[in-house]
Design a protein around this ligand. Structure first.
Ligand code: SF4
Length: 368
C-alpha cells in the first residue's frame, strides 16, 4: 500500500513559481514563506518539492469538489445567488489549530489527516461545473496559493467557458504569485485571522505578507472580500479589532468585512464559542473604523441586520439574507441602489433571476 506522500508524488507537474538559487537549490514563490528548498526536500506546505533542481507541484487531482452557494465562500458582493463550483486539493502553508478543513489542509503534516486524491482534469472540472449550471469556479478548502499552477490551468478552461473564478485563501501571498494568478482570478477572499504578528506566528505564518496581499488585490482589479473568524480570547480584543478594521478601511472602506463565529474545532477546544453579542461588538468597532459593508456570519437569524446589504448613503435594504439564503434582492441592474442610484461596489449580475441553491451538494468522482 503506497503512503499518501508516495501517492501524491504521482500527481505533480513541473512548477512555474520558483527560481534557482545555487546548484540544485531553488526558492519557491507560491506563498509568503518563500521557502529555499534543497534537492530532495519539501517546502513548509509539504506538497511542493525539489527533484533534481526542479520544483514539482500538485497537479491533476482534487481532494474533493462541491457546489456551494456563492454566499458560503463567503462572497456577498459577487453574483448573489450564483452557484460556485468549489474544488480543493491537499496541504497548507499554515497550521491553524482551529482549521475546519484540517483533514485536507493538514495532509502530510498531521498523520490523522488522510484524504486520498481523486484524479481529475481541468476540462472535467469545468464540464462538471457547467452541467450543474455553476457560474463561478472556486479554488478553496485547502490553501489555493500553494496549488496556483493547477488553479490557473483550471481557471483558463473555466474562463474560456464563460465562468468567473475565485480564490478562497489565507492571503499569504507574494508579488510573484499574485502577478501569476492576476489574469485568471476575478474574486478573492482573504482570511485576515488576526492583526498581531505574534498570533500569526502561532498559526505558522506572518502578518506582513497578508497585509501586502490585501493592499495589492484591489490595485490589480481583483474583487476582494475579507473574513475574520472571531475567536474569543485569541483575536477579539478591542485594540486588535480596531487596528484590523482601521487597516481594511484604510485600504478601502468599500471592502466587505465578514466577521464570523468560531466554534470548537480540531485542536482548539479551549475558547468558548463566539456569541452573537461578540459579533455585534466587533461589527460596531468596524463601523467606527469607517467600513461600509459589515456582515456577521455563522449565526443565522441571531445577528440583527448584519446579514443584509444596505445602501451606505440612504440606508435602503438591498439584499436580505438568512444564512446563505437570499430572501430579497432589490439592487438595480448592474448593482446600484434603487432609491438613490448610488453604485454599490462589487461584481453584480445585470439581472437577478433566482438563487440556484442555499445549500451545498457534493460532487462524485472515481477514486484514483
Ligand atoms: S508554497 Fe509556500 S510553503 Fe510551499 S514550498 Fe512554496 S513557499 Fe514553501
Amino acid at each position: 500500500m503506497p503512503t499518501l506522500a508516495e501517492t501524491l508524488e504521482r500527481f505533480t507537474a513541473k512548477g512555474e513559481l520558483y527560481e534557482k538559487i545555487d546548484g540544485n537549490r531553488i526558492r519557491c514563490y507560491a506563498c509568503g514563506h518563500c521557502c529555499p528548498i534543497p534537492d530532495g526536500a519539501v517546502g513548509v506546505c509539504k506538497v511542493r518539492f525539489n527533484r533534481g533542481g526542479v520544483l514539482r507541484v500538485p497537479w491533476g487531482y482534487v481532494a474533493g469538489a462541491q457546489c456551494d452557494p456563492v454566499e458560503k465562500k463567503p462572497f456577498f458582493h459577487a453574483r448573489p445567488g450564483a452557484l460556485a463550483f468549489s474544488f480543493g486539493m491537499l496541504g497548507c502553508d499554515l497550521h491553524c489549530s482551529y482549521c475546519q478543513n484540517w483533514v485536507t489542509s493538514q495532509a502530510l503534516r498531521d498523520p490523522e489527516a488522510v484524504s486520498p486524491p481523486l484524479q481529475a482534469s481541468s476540462k472535467e472540472l469545468v464540464h462538471m461545473a457547467l452541467r450543474q449550471h455553476a457560474e463561478i469556479m472556486v479554488s478553496t478548502y485547502n490553501e489555493p496559493l500553494i496549488t496556483s499552477e493547477w488553479a490557473v490551468a483550471v481557471f483558463k478552461e473555466a474562463k474560456a467557458a464563460g465562468l468567473m473564478t475565485a480564490f478562497v485563501s489565507n492571503g499569504n501571498g507574494t508579488p510573484q504569485v499574485l502577478e501569476y494568478i492576476r489574469p485568471w482570478v476575478d474574486l478573492y477572499k482573504v482570511d485576515l485571522k488576526s492583526f498581531d504578528d505574534r498570533h500569526y506566528r502561532k498559526l505558522g505564518g506572518r502578518l506582513q505578507p497578508i497585509l501586502d496581499t490585501i493592499r495589492a488585490l484591489p490595485k490589480m482589479g481583483i474583487w476582494l472580500e475579507i473574513v475574520t473568524l472571531l475567536v474569543p480570547g485569541f483575536n477579539d480584543s478591542e485594540g486588535e479589532l480596531r487596528d484590523l478594521t482601521e487597516f481594511i478601511s484604510g485600504v478601502s472602506p468599500d471592502i466587505p468585512w465578514h466577521v464570523t463565529a468560531f466554534y470548537k474545532n480540531y485542536k482548539m477546544t479551549d475558547p468558548s464559542d463566539t456569541s452573537p453579542g461578540d459579533l455585534l461588538r466587533a461589527a460596531e468597532i468596524g463601523r467606527r473604523a469607517g467600513l461600509k459593508f459589515i456582515y456577521a456570519g455563522n449565526l443565522p437569524g441571531m445577528v440583527g441586520d448584519l446579514e443584509n446589504t444596505y445602501c451606505p448613503d440612504c440606508g435602503t435594504l438591498l439584499v436580505e439574507r438568512y444564512g446563505y439564503h437570499i430572501r430579497r434582492y432589490r439592487l438595480s441592474a448592474g448593482g446600484s441602489c434603487p432609491s438613490c442610484s448610488r453604485a454599490i461596489p462589487g461584481r453584480w449580475a445585470e439581472t437577478f433571476l433566482a438563487q440556484r441553491t442555499d445549500r451545498p451538494h457534493i460532487q462524485r468522482f472515481t477514486r484514483a
